[in-house]
Design a protein around this ligand. Structure first.
Ligand code: M7G
Length: 346
């Protein structure tokens, strides 16, 4: 099965979401009678060559500029240009650019097939709410949910990467020894990255140890391990990309709730703003902040912390009790949810 033949057989059902800001659209459909989710994202402008020149301030971070020597580069590639309006010193119009599958493809296309209800709901538009997840809520609601989410079927892609050589040709770094399994991890391009443009670099580091499902399982005993992991990530990745991205240009973070409950770290170029939050739900916490917090969180670490984040109504946790908890929390705090219930302060 290759992507092109699957997309050809895709039968459209409805639009799940479309975002003019991120230039992403997600469609629900089916392929051979099974649910499928197609996501398309307009790619960032690509120039033929990225050249580094030392910054004027003498700081180590270089300034990028693009040498436009290629027929597909932005200016040279304009095949059609129509002015809409001008006003004083301002001009705007629309254009068509020459495109090429290797040099400057139009869009990055992701397909999930067969897609489960979890996938579909994850991409579907939904109302969002701020919730405080207390340690009790974690124990009573989240833990049983995580257990159900850790089926071997759902984790297959992770195990394929760790043990079956999947995506092997794209692996950036791998460290593993039987003697020291806990320190082992793999770094490779995330599915979210087009793999071309360093400005939108997005990698994921997946650890071999499987005793940490999420942020919640981290306690001070993990602190040194995380410090080592952070240090390795920030050393290896700039090296691998020939310092086209520097150690202090990487945003290294975790998601909570994650989509997959096997410890992994997101690594993103800071030039790609707000990435990781495009879905609007969950929280993003920098690895550095985690390390810092473990220094004073007490022996049980994140197990004892209340975590405040955004949850969507499509998330399973919403109907498993988070919806009711949000109402209870507002009531407890004395915050009215509508004018009839009496707005204002007492
Ligand atoms: P998360 O924080 O659990 O979920 O991160 P979210 O970011 O989707 O909310 C999991 C990360 O793994 C995401 O950044 C995914 O894009 C990425 N990812 C998911 N899958 C199924 C794959 C895959 O098969 N290969 C690679 N390379 N990355 C994946």
């Amino acid at each position: 099965q290759d992507l092109a033949s699957l997309i050809e057989r895709f039968k459209y059902v409805r639009v799940l979401d479309s975002n003019p800001h991120t230039k992403v659209i997600s469609l629900l459909g089916s392929i051979d009678g099974k649910d499928a989710v197609v996501t398309a994202e307009k790619t960032h402008f690509i120039f033929d060559e990225t050249v580094r020149r030392p910054s004027q301030s003498g700081r180590s971070t270089p300034v990028f500029f693009h040498r436009e020597i290629d027929e597909y580069s932005f200016l040279n590639g304009i095949t059609d240009l129509k002015e809409l309006t001008s006003n004083d010193i301002y001009y705007w119009g629309l254009s068509v650019l020459k495109q090429h599958i290797l040099h400057n493809p139009t869009a990055k296309i992701n397909l999930i097939w067969p897609a489960s209800q979890f996938h579909i709901k994850g991409y579907d538009q939904q109302d969002l709410h701020v919730v405080r997840e207390t340690p009790e809520m974690y124990r009573n609601i989240v833990m049983p949910f995580i257990q159900e989410m850790c089926t071997s079927e759902r984790m297959k892609w992770v195990n394929n990467i760790l043990y079956e050589g999947a995506e092997d040709d794209r692996v950036v770094y791998k460290e593993y020894s039987d003697r020291n399994k806990d320190d082992g991890f793999v770094v490779l391009p995330d599915m979210k990255w087009d793999g071309i443009n360093i400005d939108s670099l997005y990698l994921v580091a997946i650890v071999y140890r499987d005793d940490i499902k999420s942020l919640r399982d981290l306690n001070p005993k993990h602190r040194d391990w995380l410090i080592r992991l952070n240090k390795k990530i920030r050393t290896i990745i700039p090296q691998h990309y020939d310092y086209n991205v520097n150690p202090d240009e990487l945003r290294v973070f975790l998601h909570y709730q994650p989509s997959y409950y096997h410890f992994h770290v997101h690594i993103v170029n800071i030039r790609h703003p707000g990435v990781g939050e495009e879905r609007g739900s969950g929280m993003t916490i920098l690895l550095e902040d985690v390390i810092e917090a473990l220094g004073f969180l007490g022996p049980e670490g994140y197990m004892k912390k209340t975590l405040t984040y955004v949850i969507g109504e499509n998330h399973d946790l919403w109907k498993r009790g988070f919806g009711e908890e949000v109402e209870k929390q507002l009531k407890h705090d004395g915050i009215a949810t509508s004018p009839e219930k009496g707005a204002g302060f007492n």
